[in-house]
Design a protein around this ligand. Structure first.
Ligand SMILES: NC(=O)c1ccc[n+]([C@@H]2O[C@H](COP(=O)([O-])OP(=O)(O)OC[C@H]3O[C@@H](n4cnc5c(N)ncnc54)[C@H](O)[C@@H]3O)[C@@H](O)[C@H]2O)c1
Ligand SMILES: O=C(O)[C@H](O)COP(=O)(O)O
Length: 526
């Protein structure tokens, strides 16, 4: 039974599939202190959060069974992604489900800011009828600059256009075609800042966007500019914003997010020009249902080892590619595993070479799988998520290449591993109707099904070697299912690969290695 912990409130309708799954137990624990969280989630297989739960390195370390952290929303800045990646924990989010709600909320803030609606409401509740104090401005013909024209930025642009605003956007990934399609002017950062009547930020919070809007930026803005942040606290420097409002440069600000949430004694909230909401961008019935459905489905797929879509710490593999690569996955993992078992020493360089039909595909996911197979023999808890990271951490050089040399096969995957104690190579293919085959080990051509209990023997090619192996294993009651012999020259070095019906005991293996002329005897489990 998989244990799924939900530590921020999610829509009941949205998590229905999780609640109904026979193999899943859902445990809901809200408003935990950081210490309670550490105590509670020790047996979690999955953790579902919104923006409130801080999923730190310590939290991840505390949950050794954790396979997936799912963020029911967009921003993953409350999750320590490097720590999750290192531990092989998949992080998924729900990038699409709250786009419209957040764009609408931003637009509501834009209108509220322009017409002083929150301030006027507050005043009327106090019994006042002060029409002069709340004279606003129209949106029509004003310039709105959108910093970050992604999903939310683009939806906001459409709404602003409908209100006949001039829309400018700064986004380094914005193409001319996309800007034209949305009817927005593609601007430089400086232009977006200099000519705007309203500036709204819709980027993620990253090292680059932290304090993107700062004291210097405010200097370059128009007098009486209005500022909005419904993305992430920290993109705008709050101290600089406070000073700019106080100095009369900024006429007003609308904030849904803060550098520290909840904002306690934040001086910005004392200014009458500032309107604020408590991180409500995604808080609609629809958005909450959407994101909860999205992450519930992802979590179920991941716990059941099925393909999933929105991993933040794994390059996404389109479903069509995933389907085409599927038949190669087993071969890839077994090649890595076999090679690791015959190659002693610490890996320094691994070269992955692909030839034939397979080169038409994006082979990066296969490289990750081979690497997982390779590293699993020396490291604990390796998976597709952390394998490249673990290799990089250990200074292993990874080379991925494609070639046209198929050596007569439709496709070939070739892996060479160099270690502190030498190097070995392995190649394999998929044979139509027969499945995966190892076709080469170092320079020896073989035809080995990479499955089960194998015995790899390196020996001198002398008469009687095969008989000795058969006799020895027969005496031990071990049946040989298949046997492959590879040699380069008559009487030279040779190898044997046997498939046995059962594994050998340590004592039998030890006795085997004592037989003269068998230079290396390695039992391989695939
Ligand atoms: N207030 C809320 O409740 C709420 C709800 C949803 C999302 N958000 C936040 O809104 C933000 C945007 O979400 P989204 O779904 O539109 O994301 P998105 O990934 O679709 O869009 C982000 C855009 O920012 C651009 N960008 C990245 N770095 C940039 C930079 N240095 N300068 C300019 N542009 C840059 C990207 O190219 C991208 O187009 C995120 O921070 C997210 O966490 C907040
Ligand atoms: O990044 C997001 O999706 C939003 O900030 C929403 O956060 P929430 O799920 O805590 O409302």
């Amino acid at each position: 039974m998989h244990k799924v912990y939900i530590t921020d409130p999610l829509s009941d309708q949205g998590i229905e599939k999780l609640l109904q799954a026979d193999d899943i137990e859902v445990i809901r624990r809200y408003d935990l202190t950081p210490n309670q969280l550490l105590e509670e989630i020790a047996d979690a297989d999955a953790l579902l959060v919104r923006s409130q739960t801080q999923v730190t390195e310590q939290v991840i370390a505390q949950a050794p069974r954790l396979k997936v952290i799912a963020r029911a929303g967009v921003g993953v800045d409350n999750i320590d992604i490097p720590a999750a990646t290192q531990k092989g924990v998949i992080v998924v989010n729900a990038p699409d489900g709250n786009t419209i709600s957040t764009a609408e909320h931003t637009f509501a803030m834009l209108l509220s800011l322009s017409r002083n609606i929150p301030q006027a409401y507050h005043s009327i509740l106090q019994g006042k009828w002060n029409r002069k104090a709340f004279v606003g401005i129209e949106l029509k013909s004003k310039t709105l600059s959108i910093i970050g024209l992604g999903r939310i930025g683009a939806e906001l642009a459409k709404r602003a256009k409908a209100f006949r605003m001039e829309v400018m956007a700064y986004d380094p990934y914005l193409t001319k075609e996309r800007a034209e399609e949305l009817g927005v002017k593609k601007a430089s950062f400086d232009e977006a800042i200099r000519y705007a009547d309203y500036i709204t930020v819709h980027t993620p919070l990253t090292k680059e966007t932290k304090h993107f809007i700062n004291a210097d930026t405010f200097q370059n803005m128009k007098q009486n500019v209005r500022i909005l942040n419904c993305a992430r606290g920290g993109i705008i420097d709050e101290t600089a914003l406070y000073e700019a409002i106080k100095a009369g440069k900024v006429a007003g600000a609308a904030l849904d997010v803060f550098e520290d949430e909840p904002p306690i004694q934040n001086p910005l909230l004392e200014l009458p020009q500032v309107i604020a909401t408590p991180h409500l961008g995604a808080s609609t019935i629809e958005a909450q249902e959407n994101v909860a459905i999205d992450v519930s489905e992802e979590v179920i797929r991941i716990l059941r080892n099925q393909p999933f879509k929105n991993a933040v710490n794994l390059p996404s593999v389109p479903a069509e590619l995933q389907q085409k690569l599927q038949p190669y996955q087993e071969l890839a993992e077994k090649l890595g595993s076999f090679l690791a078992q015959i190659t002693p020493g610490a890996p320094t360089k691994i070269t992955f070479t692909y030839a034939g039909e397979i080169t038409a595909l994006d082979i990066a996911p296969l490289t990750r799988t081979i690497l997982k197979g390779l590293l699993s023999h020396s490291l604990a808890s390796v998976n597709d998520v952390n394998a490249p990271h673990l290799a990089q951490q250990r200074g292993i050089q990874l080379i991925e290449q494609k070639t046209s040399h198929t050596h007569g096969f439709t496709q070939i995957i070739h892996v060479e591993m160099e270690t502190s104690r030498g190097s070995h190579r392995i190649a394999g293919t998929l044979i139509n109707g027969f499945g995966a085959r190892i076709t080469k080990i170092d320079d020896y051509s073989v035809d080995v099904t990479p499955r089960g209990n194998l015995l790899y023997i390196r020996h001198q090619d002398i008469p009687g070697a095969i008989g000795k192996v058969g006799m020895f294993l027969g005496q031990q009651g071990v049946n040989i299912a298949t046997m492959q012999v590879g040699r380069l020259t008559l009487g030279g070095q040779a190898i044997m690969v046997l498939r046995m019906d059962r594994p050998l005991t340590a004592a039998i293996l030890n006795e085997f290695t004592q037989i003269p002329n068998f230079e290396e005897v390695i039992e391989i489990t695939l």
